[in-house]
Write a protein that binds this ligand. Structure first.
Ligand code: C2E
Ligand code: MG
Ligand code: MG
Ligand code: MG
Length: 283
């Protein structure tokens, strides 16, 4: 009896596993055609200067409008794109699309000018031999000022494949493009990479920001990260600011910039356009 039970459980497990694998496989097939079918779009989240509350830039964030499943967030498909290599064309599409949109916003002289466009780079893109040339071509084709383009990488990306990463990041810097370290504090316990790489901006992971309200030690950790970035002459952006208290604390700690639901969720391009039109013009 027990044996039969065990066996049927194995069959059940097997069926569930099979279904999960089939679903994953189907999603990857769907993703293969998603770019051509125009199912991928970018949302943009404002980056705000904490001392003034002004929106100074945006981060481009991928969304997938799946015909059957509706909107899928990056955490559900980026890993598939990464494993299949699809992230390379998708990532370059995102980069070029974001540059064109950014330039369209900048062309509106009657509105506050955005100063920075931030785009996430994947590990596969950073490892791609075509990265630097493609990036150069996108800058040429779109006409974006490379000093206003910032590429976000994560700690794990620079740790794995250290030498390649260093060469690639150096070449990106030579194009005049800025580099940010995303999700700072979550990836790797060593800080030694900070002086090996030409990084302009440090993005404090939202787990530190959200922990600040739990106690003074957490505030001290954020203070230390902000001081570290100042010592290294890096800009610092706090991610995931959800409350007015978090925004105020970070501003008082000397944090330059912030991003988070307190200011705005990621929005469609037309919504950003409307938002820009609601902002007071300041020069
Ligand atoms: P990320 O680069 O760290 O982006 C910030 C994420 O935090 C975004 O999630 C954003 O919607 C979310 N977020 C912003 N403010 C808040 C807040 O106040 N509270 C909370 N709880 N979350 C907030 P999203 O858009 O789902 O993207 C997740 C991750 O997917 C990104 O993390 C990034 O690593 C990756 N990703 C997104 N777009 C791209 C892309 O074009 N290329 C690559 N390679 N990765 C991307
Ligand atoms: Mg990012
Ligand atoms: Mg990230
Ligand atoms: Mg992040």
């Amino acid at each position: 009896q027990a044996k039969t039970n065990g066996i049927s459980q194995i069959f059940l497990f097997d069926r569930a596993l099979h279904a999960a694998l089939a679903e994953r496989w189907q999603l990857e097939i769907d993703l293969r055609g998603a770019l051509e079918r125009h199912e991928l779009i970018l949302h943009y989240q404002p980056i705000t200067a904490l001392p003034t509350g002004q929106m100074v830039g945006v981060e481009a964030l991928l969304r997938w409008h799946h015909p059957q499943r509706g909107m899928i967030l990056p955490n559900e498909f980026i890993h598939l794109a990464e494993e299949s290599g699809l992230i390379v064309p998708i990532g370059f599409w995102a980069l070029e699309t974001a540059c064109l949109q950014f330039l369209a916003w900048q062309a509106d002289y009657s509105r506050p000018r955005l100063q920075v466009l931030s785009v996430n780079l994947s590990a596969r893109q950073l490892a791609s031999p075509a990265l630097v040339q493609t990036l150069g071509e996108i800058i040429q084709r779109t006409g974006i000022n490379p000093a206003q383009l910032e590429l976000e990488i994560t700690e794990s990306m620079v740790i794995h494949g250290f030498e390649l990463a260093r060469a690639q990041l150096g070449a990106i810097k030579n194009l005049g493009v800025k580099l940010a370290i995303d999700d700072f504090g979550t990836g790797y316990s060593s800080l030694s990479y900070l002086h090996h790489f030409p990084l302009d901006t440090l993005k404090v992971d939202r787990s530190f920001v959200n922990a600040m309200s739990d106690g003074s030690r957490n505030v001290e950790i954020v203070r230390a990260i902000i001081m570290l970035s100042q010592q290294l002459a890096m800009n610092v952006i706090a991610e995931g600011i959800e409350t007015i208290e978090e925004a105020a604390t970070l501003r008082d700690l000397g944090c330059d910039y912030g991003q988070g639901y307190h200011f705005s969720r990621p929005m469609t391009a037309p919504d950003i356009t409307s938002w820009l039109h609601s902002q007071p013009l300041s020069l």
